[in-house]
Design a binder for this molecule. Structure first.
Ligand code: SF4
Length: 500
């Protein structure tokens, strides 16, 4: 395992906290107009280095790092060499080094879940604030991927701090509106931001282009005025602080609203409560609560009747409650950047959601909405920490559930990326057979709580397409449609043939 390296700086003071050794990696997928290292854009070339050698060099300089310092990987784009970066970070972390990555967020995604739990500080270069400017500056179409990177950082396991940087070019982003846009882009990770910096554009790299015989796209653009850049940096930080305050207020209001909805709909009838209490002990998550604690737990949790269509939690909600579905169905979805609804899961009786959020204290990434009238049990974080946290059975069941979700999400990504409409429809029907199928004389009966549009969102198809495909499957005799809410699967093998 080897990485390609441009250079090493042994006593860096600006690329991460404290004094650091900086490994400048070779290769970058972007083509920024102001890039000072056009010779480092190719992946191959430069010096080869192994993760063990990285560790060896870090050991040599460890005495200079002090409390905050450590090792930074910069570039080029370090995320492009995912496997090397992962192995190097792993070795460094085993010996307790503080780690930092300086990135533009575009790299080999397959390694992101391995890399990000090992990163203490992320320096994120925000190149531009909209699709068009991003394409103009970097000559790539990666803006959507970039936004997705920001939104997914915590899903990749990142728990560190973020330094956000932007290179300001005169005439491009040297205005207050751009600074507001800059702050808006950072919103998904605002609670992790430690600092926002503006780097004034300078022309020190122009000579290099001449020597390499390359054309320089910012020819004639003057260096950015440092005082004006500082003014705008101060302005961006001010906007960010206000934004953060607003976000906190909104989160607080959402949290209060959520509690209010649950309390308003709390089950009050003694008989209903008694029924629920009796069945609660049968649910896997509550089976483990010690007999002596049951009364106290039942006192603290909230049992609510939720109407079909009501929201149970939303993206960005604080991890202050987890939810157990006592009865009914809930859909978990995410609004894509195109404004489409992508349904990830449908949960039903006995399923729970939010356990991992409480464990690792990360906000909800998705939206939970009741598909049918539901009875939900909300477990506050304090109750979870007091009565559930120490139970290995509960922890195992939260982790197993999370693992199932990752597997399901991976399957979904695979299905969306590689299947045609017939395969997606057949795959969806098979999934539903597994989850809610009931054997009857006519075939396997699927009682749906989703309409056609939601079925489409679940499988990555448009409503018209899924309606057409179901019609085709009916004509072929694979299924029967009874009204809008019941499907009878008559030929399971034929459906399986599409996906196997
Ligand atoms: S991201 Fe950095 S290394 Fe890559 S092209 Fe832009 S300035 Fe150059």
């Amino acid at each position: 395992m080897r990485g390609y390296l441009q250079s090493i700086e042994t006593m860096g003071l600006v690329d991460g906290p404290g004094t650091r050794t900086i490994f400048f990696m070779q290769g970058c997928p972007l083509r920024c107009a102001y890039c000072h290292n056009p010779d480092a854009i190719r992946l191959q070339g430069g010096r080869e280095i192994t993760p063990a050698e990285v560790l060896e060099i870090a050991r040599r300089y460890r005495s200079y790092y002090g409390e905050d310092g450590g090792v930074t990987f910069s570039g080029g784009e370090p995320l492009l060499q995912g496997e090397f970066l992962h192995k190097s970070l792993e070795l460094l972390k085993q010996e307790g080094y503080n780690t930092c990555i300086d990135t533009s967020g575009i790299g080999n995604r397959a390694f992101f879940p391995d890399i990000f739990p090992l990163v203490d500080t992320l320096i994120i270069d925000v190149k531009a604030f909209d699709q068009e400017s991003f394409a103009n500056l970097t000559l790539t179409k990666g803006f959507g991927e970039y936004l997705d990177f920001l939104a997914s950082l915590e899903n990749y396991g990142f728990q560190g701090q973020v330094w956000a940087r932007h290179v300001m070019v005169p005439g491009w982003t040297d205005n207050e509106q751009s600074m507001r846009d800059f702050v808006r882009i950072l919103r998904p990770i605002c609670h992790r931001i430690d600092r926002i910096e503006i780097l004034p554009y300078h022309t020190a790299g122009v000579e290099k282009y001449r020597k390499l015989g390359m054309s320089y796209r910012l020819e004639g653009v003057e260096p950015m005025d440092k005082d004006r850049a500082k003014e705008l940096e101060i302005y961006a930080n001010k906007v960010f602080a206000e934004d953060l305050q607003q976000e906190r207020k909104k989160a607080q209001a959402r949290s209060e609203e959520k509690y209010k909805i649950l309390r308003d709909r709390q089950v009050v009838s003694k008989q209903e409560q008694a029924e629920m209490f009796a069945s609660l002990r049968e649910l896997p998550l509550l089976r483990e609560v010690a007999e002596g604690d049951v009364e106290a737990v039942l006192d603290e949790i909230i049992l609510s009747n939720i109407k079909a269509g009501d929201y149970i939690f939303r993206t960005g909600d604080a991890p202050d409650l987890m939810y157990l579905i006592y009865q009914g169905e809930m859909k978990i979805f995410y609004n894509t950047i195109d404004g489409e609804e992508q349904i990830f899961y449908i949960y039903r009786d006995g399923d729970f959601v939010g356990g991992l959020n409480l464990l690792v204290e990360t906000p909800y990434r998705y939206v939970g909405q009741a598909l049918t009238d539901c009875r939900i049990i909300a477990i506050p974080k304090a109750t979870f920490d007091k009565y559930f946290y120490d139970s290995s059975v509960v922890l195992r069941s939260v982790l197993t559930k999370s693992f199932d979700r990752i597997r399901w999400a991976e399957e979904l990504i695979q299905r969306l990326a590689t299947s045609n409409a017939s395969m997606k429809t057949a795959g969806l029907l098979l999934k539903l057979v597994k989850r809610i199928g009931v054997e009857t004389e006519e075939g396997i009966r699927l009682e749906l709580s989703m309409n056609r549009e939601e079925l489409g969102n679940y499988s990555g198809l448009r409503r018209e397409t899924i309606t057409r495909k179901l019609g085709q499957f009916k004509d072929l005799g694979y299924i029967d449609l009874v009204g809008n809410k019941v499907i009878i699967v008559k030929d399971l093998e034929a459906l399986e043939a599409y996906v196997l």
